[in-house]
Design a protein around this ligand. Structure first.
Ligand code: DGL
Length: 273
């Protein structure tokens, strides 16, 4: 059983892609809707809530948990892996969504965290759109700098966007927010477009088309559902002990039945825990 954790419904974008690629794999999804969004919380709160979420999923039998939340991955993953997991669930694993993204952007595999001759030649200017906490953590710029030190990364916090998506906002307010953030990036680049964009929040694939429209069709967008799916597929090839092929059950859990709504149809209903 593979567990997927997010502060709310954003991780469903990753779960949908995983489910499509691995139809017989069983998944449990947990959205911490009663505490979402995480993007402006203190580091202490993000660590505590993330560990609580992982604990719930592992208590439900998940031996592998994916933090499908960049904010949790940026702030809590290292602590969870290094200080908590071995004492609490020895033998289990926790993976994030940030490193697969950095690997895809830099073209440097996860186990190599130093630049190759080729990656030195990458001088693109990239824009990262993420939550305030993910931006402040500098996790993306740090990880990218290790692998592709000549990439210039402009990190843009997007306050209010996760809240609007969680709240089921319509086209006009979502488009207004996205256009505003994109225009701020273009202004900071003296009117130029970035060479490519990283959507560093699992809620943002929901509004990927709005980002693409605001950026124009020639700016490539790195988006996590496909990237994380490819990465997990590869990981499971080397770690088949974490697969549980059966009928492909998907269980959706939430810490708050009231606020949980589905961003994508067809997965079932959330159950409160
Ligand atoms: N989906 C989460 C992420 O990837 C959103 C965090 C939040 O709740 O603000 O960062």
């Amino acid at each position: 059983m593979i567990g997927i954790f997010d502060s709310g419904s954003g991780g469903l974008t990753v779960l949908c892609a995983l489910k499509k690629a691995m139809p017989t794999q069983d998944f449990i999804y947990l959205g911490d809707h009663s505490n979402a969004p995480y993007g402006h919380k203190s580091n202490e709160d993000i660590v505590r809530l993330t560990l609580q979420g992982i604990d719930m999923l592992m208590a439900h039998g998940c031996k592998l948990v994916i933090l499908a939340c960049n904010t949790s991955a940026a702030i809590a993953l290292r602590h969870a892996q290094q200080n908590w997991l071995e004492n609490t669930y020895p033998g289990n694993r926790i993976l994030g969504v940030l490193v697969p993204m950095v690997e895809a952007v830099s073209g440097v595999p996860w186990h190599i965290d130093e630049p190759s001759d080729n990656s030195h030649k990458d001088t693109r200017t990239l824009a990262l759109f993420a939550t305030r906490k993910t931006v402040e953590s500098t996790a993306y710029s740090d990880e990218l700098a290790k692998r592709s030190p000549n990439i210039k990364l402009l990190a843009k916090a997007c306050p209010g966007l996760v809240d609007a998506i969680e709240g089921g906002a319509g086209y006009a307010p979502l488009n207004g927010l996205v256009e505003g953030f994109v225009q701020e990036v273009i202004a900071e680049l003296d009117g130029k477009l970035p060479d490519a964009v990283i959507l560093g929040c699992t809620h943002f694939p929901v509004v990927e088309k709005l980002f693409q429209a605001a950026l124009g069709e020639n700016v490539p967008i790195y988006s996590q559902p496909t990237i994380v799916t490819e990465s997990l597929h590869d990981y499971l090839k080397h770690h088949p002990e974490f697969t549980s092929e059966s009928t492909g059950t998907v269980t959706l859990l939430t810490t708050s039945g009231e606020s949980a709504h589905l961003l994508h149809g067809g997965l079932g209903e959330f159950q409160s825990i």
